[in-house]
Design a protein around this ligand. Structure first.
Ligand code: DC
Length: 218
C-alpha cells in the first residue's frame, strides 16, 4: 500500500508523515530530501553543468530510522547538510530539471517495497505514484506556513525574521508550482487537508484515521 502526501513548502507534510509512519509503523520516504541531496552533490561538484550528464553515477543512499530520514552521498552522510539555508535556497532550481526528476523518481520506485509506505513531496500523487492507494494534499495559507516556520527556526536556535521567511515561502511556491516539469498541484483524486486551524496532533490523527479507513477497505 502506498500513501502519498503532497503540498507546498512549510505545510507540515514531512513532520506529519514522519509521525504517522512512527505511530502506524510504516516505511517513510522523504522525496524532498532526495532533491536536496542531489543539490548538495551538485554544489560539491562546483556547480559544474557536466554534473547532470553523469547523474546516473550518483551514489545516493538513504534510510529512515528513529524518526530521522538519513541520507548519504558516496557513503558520506549529508543528513544535516541538506537542511541548510544554502541548500534550501537553490533546491527548487535543481528540482525543476527533468533529468534530476527522472533520477529521483527512479530511486523512489526502487525503494517502495511490498510493505506499507508513506511518502511526501510535491508531485507524488500526480506524477510519481499516480496509482497510490491514498493521496493526501496538505495545504495552509502562506502566512500560517511562514509563522510556523519562523517559530520552528527560533525554537531550534536559529535566527529568523517572519517577513523574510514569508518571502522565501512565496518564492518557493512560485518555483514549485510554476515549473514545466511535474509542477506542484493537487491530484484530482487527492483528499485536501487544510491545516490552518489544525494543531499538529490533530493533523496526525486525521491522517492516521484516513489510512486506517483505507486499510479496512482493502
Ligand atoms: O519538501 P522539501 O522542502 O524538502 O523539498 C525540497 C525541494 O524539492 C522543493 O524545492 C521542492 C522539491 N520537490 C519536488 O520538486 N518534488 C518532490 N516530490 C519533492 C520535493
Amino acid at each position: 500500500m502506498i500513501i502519498v502526501i503532497d503540498g507546498p513548502a512549510g505545510s507540515g507534510k514531512s513532520s506529519t508523515a514522519r509521525q504517522v509512519a512512527n505511530l502506524l509503523r510504516l516505511q517513510y520516504l522523504d522525496s524532498g530530501a532526495l532533491y536536496r541531496a542531489v543539490t548538495v552533490a551538485w554544489l560539491k561538484s562546483g556547480k559544474e553543468m557536466s554534473f547532470f550528464e553523469k547523474l546516473n553515477h550518483l551514489n545516493l543512499t538513504f534510510r529512515y530510522e528513529n524518526g530521522l530520514f538519513r541520507v548519504w552521498i558516496d557513503s558520506i552522510e549529508v543528513t544535516n547538510q541538506i537542511r541548510t539555508e544554502a541548500i534550501s535556497s537553490i533546491v527548487s532550481v535543481v528540482a525543476s530539471r527533468p533529468d534530476v526528476r527522472a533520477l529521483v523518481n527512479q530511486i523512489m520506485h526502487k525503494a517502495i517495497s511490498e510493505s506499507v509506505c508513506i511518502a511526501d513531496g510535491r508531485d507524488l500523487g500526480t506524477a510519481v505514484f499516480p496509482e497510490a492507494d491514498l493521496k493526501i494534499y496538505m495545504d495552509a495559507s502562506p502566512t500560517v506556513r511562514a509563522k510556523r516556520r519562523t517559530r520552528e527556526l527560533i525554537e531550534s536556535g536559529d535566527e529568523a525574521d517572519y517577513q523574510d521567511v514569508l518571502d522565501k515561502i512565496l518564492q518557493r511556491d512560485e518555483l514549485d508550482s510554476g515549473r514545466d516539469a511535474d509542477p506542484l498541484r493537487m491530484a484530482e483524486d487527492a483528499i485536501l487537508v487544510k491545516t490552518d486551524k489544525l494543531t499538529f496532533d490533530q493533523q496526525v490523527e486525521l491522517i492516521c484515521q484516513l489510512i486506517q479507513e483505507k486499510q479496512k477497505q482493502q
